[in-house]
Design a protein around this ligand. Structure first.
Ligand SMILES: Nc1ncnc2c1ncn2[C@@H]1O[C@H](COP(=O)(O)OP(=O)(O)OP(=O)(O)O)[C@@H](O)[C@H]1O
Length: 496
């Protein structure tokens, strides 16, 4: 015990019996010691407040707020030393549940810290570095890549500082010439389209928010600018959003090719896998893709964000084989009710779960942000809004694993058949006449199939009944997936 205390820790005294016997450094110690039986944690019969506190702390090991917790404990200890045993117990019974509530998903406390400290800090830092002062003349616009209801997406590039006589429009049918090394993606928010401006503002807000919460899971957001004159694609006063160019191809592009998933093999693993059985090899690649998608979903869900538009076209594959989420225009932040409008379903119907909305239809409009934030853990527990994205992830899994579900028409047919069988995938399997090839899901004792049935389903009791992202990552499909081993092995082979 003594060895766990830092050299400056006070000696244990009777007055310090409640919290001062708590090992100062044991939060990090707990992280290391979860496998070893800890007498304190296992003696349930005579559970003292200390034991209860340690139990609560061990469940909070992964909280990013641990440094604050350490500090709070030290302060609380000082205050508690002047209290009677009963008063200390009462204080404890208030502090621990409050702490658990404030740190429960979607994280009221970290949300407040993010909104009142990190967001202003990000703004200050970005302004200092000139990142919030983007100008139209900083960019050239190239080829059009896509068009949604509220915006048009273009490939583009940053104009180098020393460049002269740069035309705003890239030459040769929108191609960007070799002078421009730093490629970007530009989204023009449509001018004069109802709701487009609001949608653009939400997308910008969400991009800053996810760049703080889960930077590695989404495309790097560079900022926005307003066009100061009308020329080529620019309309004076129109808003543009800018991202770093993450890769030439999204998952939908890869899935359109006949060679999918082998066309992603060397991108994902750095080399061609030495697996002779093509079904096994396909399964490994698809597991790795699903692992990345669900890991990113876990990260955004942990902070209260539901993407609401998960589909292959919104998953960009980088040159290093990382899958990044894009298009947060339909996302909602249920920590504060941002972009949550009751009864507004924005998702692509082909990937949309049967409940259609992220929250029950009778959910009212959110109250002012601070109140919504305080209530958010209850709302989240009651409605599990994250399961909305998990259904979409299940459809993506089915499309990747079953070649005959990849075309738009086949996907529509699959959705109609699912509706008829009440979104019961096992029943669909028995009744469908499409003769799907389910080998990739059936190998390894049907782990892939089992995962798919637990993602594609109706909501059950208490709006649960589907796996959350963290539960999905604990599913045997990922635990015994082999894709991680293949990824590590490929790195070892490359580094030899
Ligand atoms: N950061 C990025 N890096 C590389 N490519 C990107 C990036 N952002 C977007 N793209 C490409 O542009 C396409 C359109 O982007 P996005 O989905 O954001 O636009 P959209 O107008 O909302 O389209 P839709 O509504 O049809 O989904 C994507 O499918 C992707 O191929």
């Amino acid at each position: 015990m003594a060895s766990l205390l830092p050299p400056t820790s006070p000696p244990l005294t009777k007055h310090h019996s409640f919290l001062s016997s708590f090992p100062y450094n044991s939060i990090s110690h707990l992280r290391l010691s979860t496998r070893r039986p800890n007498k304190r944690l296992t003696s349930k019969c005579n559970a003292s407040p200390n034991d209860l506190l340690l139990n609560a702390l061990s469940s909070l090991q992964s909280s990013p707020l641990l440094p604050f917790l350490k500090e709070s404990i030290t302060q609380f200890e000082g205050v508690a030393s002047g209290l009677t045993a009963n008063e200390r117990l009462e204080a404890f019974l208030f502090v621990v549940p409050t702490w658990v509530y404030l740190t429960a998903r979607p994280g009221v406390l970290i949300g407040a810290i993010d909104a009142y400290i990190f967001a202003p800090l990000q703004l200050g830092l970005d302004s200092l570095l000139g990142r919030r002062n983007l100008k139209m003349s900083d960019f050239v616009v190239g080829q059009k890549l896509g068009e949604g209801s509220f915006g048009i997406v273009y490939a583009g590039a940053i104009v180098p500082k020393n460049a002269v006589n740069v035309e705003q429009r890239g030459k040769g049918k929108g191609r960007i010439d070799e002078r421009f090394k730093e490629r970007v993606i530009l989204k023009k928010v449509k001018v004069g389209t109802k709701g487009a401006e609001e949608c653009g503002d939400f997308e910008e807000w969400f991009n800053y928010r996810v760049s703080r919460a889960a930077p590695e899971s989404c495309a790097e957001f560079l900022g926005s600018f307003t066009a100061d004159k009308t020329s080529s694609e620019f309309i004076k006063g129109g808003k543009w959003l800018v991202w770093k160019f993450e890769g030439d191809t999204n998952l939908a592009d890869y899935m359109r090719e006949r060679s999918f998933p082998f066309n992603l093999e060397s991108t994902m693993f750095g080399r061609v896998l030495q697996e002779v059985d093509s079904t096994k090899k396909s399964a490994l690649i698809i597991t790795q893709i699903m692992r990345q998608i669900i890991t990113s979903l876990k990260k955004i869900h942990d902070t209260g964000i539901v993407h609401r538009d998960i589909k292959p076209a919104n998953l960009v594959v980088t040159a290093k084989g990382k899958i990044k989420l894009i298009d947060f225009g339909a996302a909602t932040d249920l920590r504060i009710g941002k972009n949550y409008v009751p009864n507004r379903g924005l998702l692509d119907p082909d990937y949309c779960p049967p409940e259609l909305y992220v929250m029950p239809e009778e959910t009212p409009s959110p109250p002012p942000e601070p109140i919504a934030a305080i209530l958010s853990p209850i709302i989240w527990q009651l409605n599990s809004p994250d399961l909305f994205d998990m259904y979409s992830a299940g459809i993506v899994l089915m499309q990747m694993a079953v070649p005959t579900l990849r075309s738009a028409a086949a996907l529509k047919n699959f959705n109609s058949e699912l509706k008829v069988v009440g979104y019961d995938l096992n029943e669909w399997r028995e009744r469908t006449r499409s003769g799907p090839d389910l080998r990739i899901l059936d190998i390894n004792n049907g782990r892939g199939w089992d995962l798919a049935t637990k993602l594609i389903s109706q909501r059950g009791f208490l709006r649960r009944g589907r796996l959350s992202a963290s539960a999905a990552l604990r599913h045997p499909y990922f635990l015994l997936g082999g894709d991680q081993a293949a990824a590590v092995l490929s790195k070892l082979t490359l580094s030899k």
